[in-house]
Design a protein around this ligand. Structure first.
Ligand code: CS2
Length: 485
């Protein structure tokens, strides 16, 4: 039995794959985390059911073998457990056919990606997986994995796998695959295209020209709240179904996927048949979602964590936070947005409020607080900058940034250590520790150009110092309460 699985459940029969005639593989997915399995993979399974097509998925884990070790003994079938406010609904998903672990066998991953039967490579590698500078979008050429991938044939990074596989396809005279990013980045198609072209150009300018001319990088907006699966969820599901599934995913009922309809040769699953919105321009949808959902998620995560709340639903159990988040939507976020076609932003905010309050979703503030250095620019800082430009006060967003600063300092309001997970964690901690007093700490953190553009750092400095000082003096809950009192 795999390490770390709940012992009580192990006498039950293991979940197994049921389909006799699996569809052929057409998609390689890099970064087979819970999110893609609870979102894209389900849509793709439904699209194949509705309209056929060889769109079976091979998942690739770029780091750890855990997902493969849990999925392989069950033929890569898994349960997607929908958590509604009124009950749970399990569904078996069989869209994933195999899982490869890149560090174990990068050659196998490249060989598959170079195979012309693969027409789409999709990605959920999180913000930091693109190895770009969040504030500019440029490839970070000093990133250790990129330094490696510039010269090595067998890559380590997601951009490295994309470029080396495209290089093989070009050499073999095959068309490129479509690169479909499904990460929460603004203009995510442009970002992945940018890092791929930059890396390709550094390796072989002809390759970059070919990718530029022949490739496709549709932007997408993806949405579904997917909290991490815990051992007790695995046990509960086993009790419910009588089968042991060691790799279930949990998700809320809501889902949305907006995709820019540009695929190489038009080849894609029939996503339109299963509710995916295929559009010409994803940007207004991305802005709406990143600012209204992810921006407030991160704000609630830092402030909620500091106020002692374990989950978003717990945080929303506190009226002060509900008033705060509604105020953020109404007064600081919606005024910066152009509504996407057929979306009503006030209704969208109301729906978000209900989604956050869903008590069945135990989405930890600590989980959302991860990787803030990669998330803040597109979730909060752009909105903040636009408020400044429009001459509007934005004390709520400033408080959220101040809470992030307090959080990455590594000590909570009770003096307990915070387990800060962030690629820049050490640097941020050193900057915070090396400065004495609120003013210096805020200035030190504002000097990180990967996160804060110079102009915003300059404009917001005095306000952030005041906000940070307020947080130190009265704590997160009181600061939130005071803002909307
Ligand atoms: C969350 C997102 O963890 C996080 O940072 O804000 O994963 C969020 O739940 C999804 O983007 C919802 O679509």
């Amino acid at each position: 039995m795999e390490a770390g699985l709940p012992a009580e459940a192990t006498t039950l029969p293991r979940l197994a794959r049921s389909d006799a005639t699996a569809p052929g593989v057409g998609i390689v997915h890099l970064g087979l985390g819970a999110f893609f399995r609870a979102h894209g993979a389900i849509y793709i399974a439904e699209a194949m059911k509705a309209s056929g097509g060889d769109w079976g998925i091979v998942g690739v884990s770029l780091k750890s073998p855990t997902t493969r070790d849990r999925l392989a003994p069950q033929g890569c079938a898994y349960t997607a457990l929908e958590l509604g406010p009124d009950g749970e609904n399990p569904q078996i998903i069989e869209a994933v056919q195999d899982v490869l672990v890149a560090p174990e066998n990068p050659e196998a991953v490249l060989a598959l990606m170079a195979d012309p039967k693969v027409r789409i490579v999709s990605l959920t590698v999180t913000e930091k997986g693109y190895c770009h500078e969040p504030s500019t979008g440029a490839l970070n050429k000093s990133h250790p994995d990129i330094v490696h991938d510039l010269s090595a044939e067998l890559p380590r990074s997601a951009p490295g796998f994309l470029v080396r596989a495209l290089q093989r396809r070009k050499a073999a005279g095959h068309a490129p695959f479509t690169v479909m990013t499904c990460d929460n980045l603004p203009e995510n198609g442009r970002v992945v295209r940018g890092v791929v072209l930059e890396l390709a150009r550094a390796i072989d300018p002809d390759l970059a020209d070919w990718i530029e001319a022949e490739g496709a990088f549709p932007a997408t907006m993806i949405d579904r709240i997917v909290p991490a699966t815990k051992d007790e969820d695995i046990e509960r599901l086993a009790e419910m179904t009588g089968r042991l599934d060691c790799a279930p995913v949990l998700h809320e009922p809501f889902r949305q996927w907006v995709v820019e309809d540009v695929f190489v040769g038009g080849a894609r699953p029939d996503l339109g048949a299963v509710g995916v919105q295929l559009v010409e321009d994803v940007t207004p949808f991305e802005h709406m979602k990143l600012r209204m959902l992810n921006g407030t998620h991160s704000s609630l995560a830092y402030l909620g964590y500091l106020a002692g709340h374990e989950t978003i639903a717990d945080t929303m159990g506190d009226e002060a936070f509900v008033r705060f988040v509604c105020y953020l939507w109404r007064s600081e976020i919606i005024p910066t947005l152009t509504p996407p076609p057929s979306e009503d932003l006030a209704a969208y905010a109301n729906a978000l409020q209900a989604r956050y309050a869903n008590p069945a979703i135990r989405h930890r503030t600590w989980q959302i607080a991860m990787d803030g250095s990669q998330k803040l620019p597109q979730r909060i800082l752009g909105t903040l900058a636009e408020n400044y430009q429009a001459g509007r006060d934005a004390p709520g967003l400033l408080l959220a940034v101040a809470a992030w600063m307090r959080y990455v300092g590594g000590t909570d309001e009770q003096g307990e250590p915070i387990d800060v997970r962030d690629p820049l964690a050490e640097r941020l901690r050193d900057l915070s520790d090396g400065a004495s007093g609120a003013e210096d700490k805020v200035r030190a953190l504002l000097s990180v150009r990967d996160i804060f553009p110079a102009e915003l750092a300059h404009t917001s400095e005095a306000d952030l110092i005041a906000s940070y000082q307020g947080l130190l003096e009265q704590g997160a809950r009181q600061s939130v309460n005071q803002l909307t009192a």
